[in-house]
Design a protein around this ligand. Structure first.
Ligand code: PGA
Length: 263
């Protein structure tokens, strides 16, 4: 795992966008897995900015979102399809027909199987971007999710319902279930990039990086993947035991890469 600790959430967004840019420079037709939530908003802003300044194009890109609320149609303002259109897709040169968000209104088993088949038909995900919940969830794989799980419907924990209440008006229907890529689905991506910001994530970030692999912290499953980058700001990194080591790994890796470029 490469662990990058940034000074601010803005620098985090910049680093993450740079990572996405590098992936698209190598492969303009890359398949990206995308998250929703507050943390990715600044990343999406940066990507829109990069697109507007001709630094990146999404023309050949295909996307698969991690999850969707069960019971919300795509045009509902709180659906993750609306979120993605609002924060990213409406502002870049992506072909909308190549953007996929699981359906929150289909028959669950069939929808889940269709989603898995669509990912397979696209030859899998090149770069899966992830956020992390306070409880360690990735996508909506809540604690106790099987590490071998695939796309399916999950019941949301009380902690997640409380965290996401802010997106819904008082008395507005707030879904209690979501369809989400499974942990095994996520781990099949060729590369993973997880971003976390703020002190509320510090316990989950520590469990993910330095704890044992356990379904109690679904994000700890990332330890099993061969190509993972985790970008966290200082607040989210506050409880890590070895921040100095992670920083040194980063600077020494960069030095090595620079030497190889010069050769
Ligand atoms: P947040 O959500 O960015 O809104 O904190 C992250 C997540 O739950 O994956």
């Amino acid at each position: 795992m490469q662990i990058i600790i940034t000074k601010s959430s803005q620098e985090l967004a910049y680093c993450a966008a740079q990572h996405v840019r590098k992936v698209l420079e190598k492969n303009a037709n890359a398949v990206l897995g995308l998250p929703t939530g507050t943390t990715p908003i600044t990343l999406y802003k940066q990507l829109v900015h990069d697109y507007q300044n001709d630094k990146i194009s999404f023309n050949g890109v295909t996307t698969f979102n991690l999850d969707e609320y069960v019971g919300l149609p795509p045009d509902h303002p709180q659906s993750y399809r609306s979120f993605m259109n609002r924060h990213l897709f409406d502002h870049i040169d992506i072909e909308l027909s190549r953007t996929h968000v699981p359906s929150g209104t289909g028959t669950s088993t069939e929808t889940a199987q269709t989603y898995e088949a669509q990912i397979k038909a696209a030859d899998g995900i090149d770069l899966q971007i992830l956020g992390i919940g306070r409880n360690g969830h990735i996508g909506f794989n809540e604690p106790s999710s099987s590490l071998g799980s695939r796309t399916r419907v999950k019941t949301l924990t009380t902690a997640t319902l409380i965290d996401n209440k802010r997106f819904f008006h008082t008395n507005e229907f707030q879904p209690t279930m979501a369809i989400t890529m499974g942990i095994a689905t996520i781990l099949e991506s060729r590369e993973l990039l997880l971003i976390a910001s703020g002190s509320s994530k510090a316990i989950a970030v520590r469990a993910m990086i330095e704890g044992s692999i356990s379904s109690s912290c679904p994000a700890s499953a990332l330890q099993q993947h061969a190509k993972v980058t985790i970008i966290v700001d200082q607040e989210a990194a506050a409880l890590l035991s070895h921040p100095e080591y992670y920083q040194r790994v980063r600077s020494e890796t960069e030095k090595l890469r620079e030497q190889e470029r010069v050769k």
